[in-house]
Design a protein around this ligand. Sequence first.
Ligand code: GDP
Ligand code: GDP
Length: 433
Amino acid sequence: MSNIVAIVGRPNVGKSTLYNRLTETRKAIVDDYSGVTRDRHYGVAEWTDKHFTVIDTGGYVAHSDDVFEAAIREQVVIAIEEATVILFMVDVVTGITDLDDDIAKLLRRSQKPVFVVVNKVDNNQRLTDASIFYSLGLGEIYPLSSMSGSGTGELLDEVIKHFEPEDEDENQLPKYAIVGRPNVGKSSLINALIGRERNIVTPIAGTTRDSIHIHYNQFGHEFMLIDTAGLRKKTKVKENIEFYSVMRTIKALEEADVVILMIDAVEGIESQDINIFHLAEKNKKGIVILVNKWDLIEKNTKTTSVFEEQIYQKIAPFTDVPIVFTSVVEKQRIYKSLEAASKVYENKLKKIPTSKLNDVMLPIIENFPPPAVKGKYVKIKYVTQINASSPMFAFFCNLPQYVKEPYKRFVENKIRENFDFTGVPIQIFFRQK
Ligand code: GDP
Ligand code: GDP
């Protein structure tokens, strides 16, 4: 199941404002003039219990004038191929521009659901003005104000109707996605695993294809590999290589049970790697980090621990993640990576019996109860692991609203100390008993 909502449109219409609202990361910089470098362009959103990834294409636009229109057009084409739903954002204040017309022409030819989102409809006058956008020939329009949030609910109610059903695919093989920045060694790893050069597929423009799945069954390991490396689309605009690779990565990641995140030992962990890590974490995926090209590093006795420490600092607070130092070219620790992935997969499915959980956790809680709030004491009665596709624990107590984040982290750490959940995000809930 992978649901990607791509926001396309020309600069300054309000794409990143909507993105921030949907993902509730108000951290990204929104500025009055276009050309601002932004840091995060994709994130997880939720509407009526449905999770999806939102991608703000604006973050990938080249800012030199001669290429940006071409870049935007190409992004629309990529979004048509890769996204589940496309939000075409226009601006009621400026009306329809030539570039809007160009984009609309591309979108009219697509098979994917397209929503015309008319932004900056902050008042009733502008609501009347919005009707001009029917002339884009893309059907219904969705007037809203990204700034205030009005109208976004109506839009999302319609958007989620186009999502793929959440299939609880049981009895299926574990799915591992190998992800990482270009050149980190993904193709080399896959080739090493399957023992041959797999075909490098270059999809023909305009054709859609799903990520490639490779069935692996050797040396006691059986799983599906989701390959993002094999697909290399030729893009006319250099900046869109990143956009395309991010799209493929998000798709593979959402499909996977365990994400094998490859990092280049020479370059170290970079912001893109951290973004992918957090996306995997938010999607409750199992995670293994491979530090590849380890052969290129001069080593002494401390090198691995220094590397590990640097990575843990950057990915904190979720640091209970296996790190394997590999050299794909020298075939070092490739099977150890598989062992790590399969252990993480096991951990993701692990269910701790309620009696055992309480035997361990209740004495700990008794020794370190949640701090009292306004003279009121939180009494935790029992804890149970909820039946879900990734570990979730519910602590039943009298006053769940008084339990704050630090205490949740404390119980999570205690669970991790006592039961092996390495590589897997854990969710903790406090509920009324
Ligand atoms: P992007 O380039 O498409 O990502 O556009 P931004 O999100 O950076 O927004 C461009 C400008 O439009 C910023 O100054 C925003 O504050 C403003 N803006 C965004 N949404 C709204 C809205 O709903 N109403 C109004 N009045 N301004 C908005
Ligand atoms: P991808 O873009 O992530 O699929 O990366 P590739 O598998 O195409 O590898 C990019 C380059 O890095 C190629 O020249 C590989 O031979 C090289 N490479 C891959 N793994 C290693 C490694 O462990 N050590 C060294 N020294 N080079 C590697």
